[in-house]
Structures are given as structure tokens and as C-alpha cells.
Write a protein that binds this ligand. Structure first.
Ligand code: SF4
Length: 328
């Protein structure tokens, strides 16, 4: 039985600054994201900054069935709301999530044409835009700044790794400095900035992810998503995995969640943690999955934090050498 309750800096008893609690505090209820495919492409696929795309990428792995770019945005949202209503009957607030490919990869007028209708759908209280850090410019940021004054807005950058050697290896087409610059330029305009990071890219190890958490903690990030690497069938990464399996770390669910606990110990407690793991359909992955739903993964993570009596930001203020001493 839990004898002692503690209120953490984010204002709840939960041991990490979770997105669901953040929304409950902000809007007084659960908020559901509706993922959308607005028909954008990607500069890392069309030759502008690269060809072939990131080696781990298969956007179809993340798109639900109701997302097809030939449907208008409003229709996709309405179908998404109907889909989620079956599971979460009491949810009445939604975020339009422009997720597929690079959702700022178009002139500003085109962005307006795609984003603005989302705000006309009853129940939509804001917009989340997933994009690459090298795909925003002053004009786009001007518009996003104005948009963020009218609605709840998050611009989510695919950072993926803090190591340039990894970003090169996975053919990402930008370096970590580009992510730092985009995050800062966006946050300076008062726009909420999210970051997406993958744990388990080839050649990376525990120290890299812990050091990465310390680096990301210094950025003006509003939220962060951690995904464990799920190797999708048919991607270039599948071929690499077949030829160099020793370069990939395999996690059991508990070993991964233990690592995430270590990462969150180093993470700035002000950063809201949106996800701690990926959620790709089992049939699409090369490696065996954990056979757990995401809510079960999160429940186990809460237990691990409790068992270890640890929490997000526990070692955030320690310098690197002090942290190493502490964990020895
Ligand atoms: S992960 Fe994003 S940036 Fe990379 S190829 Fe896929 S859509 Fe493009």
C-alpha cells in the first residue's frame, strides 16, 4: 500500500509529467488526437534534401484506415471522431493532428488551406503539426505564431537523435544543430514545441540516450515523445538489421521501461512527456513485439517508477560527472 503521497513539480502525484494529466489540468478532460493525412510529401523523399527517405520510415505504419489524403480534412476529422467515440464515449475535445510525412512542406497559403478547415469542426480545440526541423522558415513561423494565438497549437519536430553520426546513418538529411535552431526559433515566438525521439537507432547505446536527455532538457521544448525503434517490414532499416543485427539493441518491455526511467530521471521536469514507447501494428514489424497495448505499457512504467522510487527530473540538475557518481 502506498503510504506517502508526493505532489511533483507538475502538480500531480504521478511520477512523470504526463500528457494526459497536462490536458486534464488545461482543459479539465481527456483530449483525443485525430491523426490526418493532408497529402503532404517529404523533402527527404522527393530529392529536395534526399532520396529514399529515412531508413526507418514507412508512414503507412502510423496511419489509421480513415486517413487517405484524397478525403478532405474535415471528412477525415469527422470519421476520426466517430472512430474514437466508440472507445472513449465521454471525450468531446479533439486535436487535429497533421501527422503523415512533412506537414509544413508547402507554401503558407497551402498550409492555411489545409489547417484552417480543421478549426471549423465542432469539438476541435487545437492543431498539432508534425514536421522536420529543416522545413520551417520565417514566413511559415509568422503564420504559425498568429495561429497559435487563436488556438492550442503544437509544432512537433522529428529530432530522432541527438547524434549527427546516427542522423547521417539513417539518412535523415539534417543534423542535430538544425533541430536545436528550429526548436528555439519556434519557441521564441511563443509556440509550443514538441520533439520526437527514437530510442534504439543503430549504433546508439544507453549513454547516448541519457546524454541526449540532458541535451534536450536544455531546449525550450514543451513536450517530448519517446518511441522505441520498431523496424518496419520493407524499409531500408529491415535490410540493415538483417545484415548487421549486432548494431541494434533489443529490449524486453521491462528493460526498455527501465531505460526510459533512467532517461526521464535526467529530463527537465517542465517537459511534458507525451509518449514513452511506439505503437506500430505487430504484423508490420520485423522483430517480435511485446504483445501489450500501449496503456498496459504505461501502467507497467508507472509501477517501475514506483518500485524504483524515482521520478522525472530526479537527476536533472546534476552535472554529468555527479550523475555518473550518483548512479555508480
Ligand atoms: S520519417 Fe519523415 S522525414 Fe523521414 S522520410 Fe519519413 S516522412 Fe520523410
Amino acid at each position: 500500500m502506498k503510504l506517502k503521497t508526493e505532489i511533483y513539480p507538475w502538480g500531480t502525484e504521478r511520477r512523470f509529467n504526463s500528457y494526459s494529466d497536462y490536458f486534464r489540468k488545461l482543459f479539465g478532460e481527456r483530449v483525443q488526437k485525430i491523426t490526418l493525412d493532408a497529402g503532404f510529401t517529404c523533402p527527404n523523399r522527393d530529392g529536395t534534401c534526399g532520396i529514399g527517405g529515412c531508413t526507418f520510415c514507412d508512414n503507412h505504419a502510423f496511419n489509421p484506415a480513415y486517413n487517405t489524403p484524397d478525403k478532405p480534412i474535415v471528412t477525415q476529422i469527422e470519421e476520426g471522431i466517430a472512430f474514437h467515440r466508440k472507445r472513449y464515449r465521454r471525450v468531446s475535445s479533439y486535436l487535429a493532428y497533421f501527422q503523415a510525412y512533412t506537414n509544413t512542406y508547402a507554401p503558407v497559403n497551402e498550409l492555411k488551406r489545409l489547417y484552417e478547415p480543421a478549426l471549423t469542426v465542432p469539438g476541435v480545440i487545437g492543431i498539432v503539426i508534425g514536421t522536420r526541423p529543416d522545413c520551417v522558415d520565417e514566413k511559415i513561423l509568422d503564420y504559425l505564431e498568429e495561429l497559435s494565438k487563436r488556438t492550442f497549437l503544437v509544432v512537433e519536430y522529428g529530432i530522432e537523435s541527438t547524434l549527427d553520426s546516427t542522423l547521417r546513418e539513417v539518412n535523415r538529411g539534417h543534423d542535430f544543430a538544425t533541430s536545436v535552431k528550429a526548436v528555439k526559433a519556434t519557441a521564441e515566438r511563443g509556440i509550443r514545441v514538441g520533439g520526437h525521439v527514437i530510442i534504439g537507432l543503430p549504433g546508439e547505446k544507453r549513454e547516448d540516450w541519457l546524454e541526449g536527455a540532458a541535451l534536450l532538457s536544455e531546449l525550450p521544448l514543451h513536450s517530448i515523445k519517446y518511441h522505441h525503434l520498431q523496424i518496419i517490414r520493407g524499409t531500408a532499416m529491415e535490410k540493415q538489421y538483417e545484415s548487421e543485427p549486432e548494431r541494434f539493441v533489443s529490449f524486453t518491455m521491462d528493460s526498455y521501461l527501465d531505460l526510459v526511467a533512467d532517461i526521464l530521471e535526467r529530463l527537465n521536469p517542465e517537459i511534458v512527456v507525451e509518449r514513452i514507447a511506439g505503437e506500430v501494428g505487430l504484423g508490420m514489424q520485423v522483430r517480435e513485439g511485446w504483445g501489450k497495448r500501449y496503456d498496459e505499457v504505461v501502467r507497467r512504467f508507472d509501477e517501475i517508477l514506483e518500485e524504483r522510487d524515482t521520478w522525472q527530473g530526479k537527476y536533472y540538475h546534476l552535472l554529468n560527472q555527479d550523475y555518473i557518481r550518483e548512479k555508480r
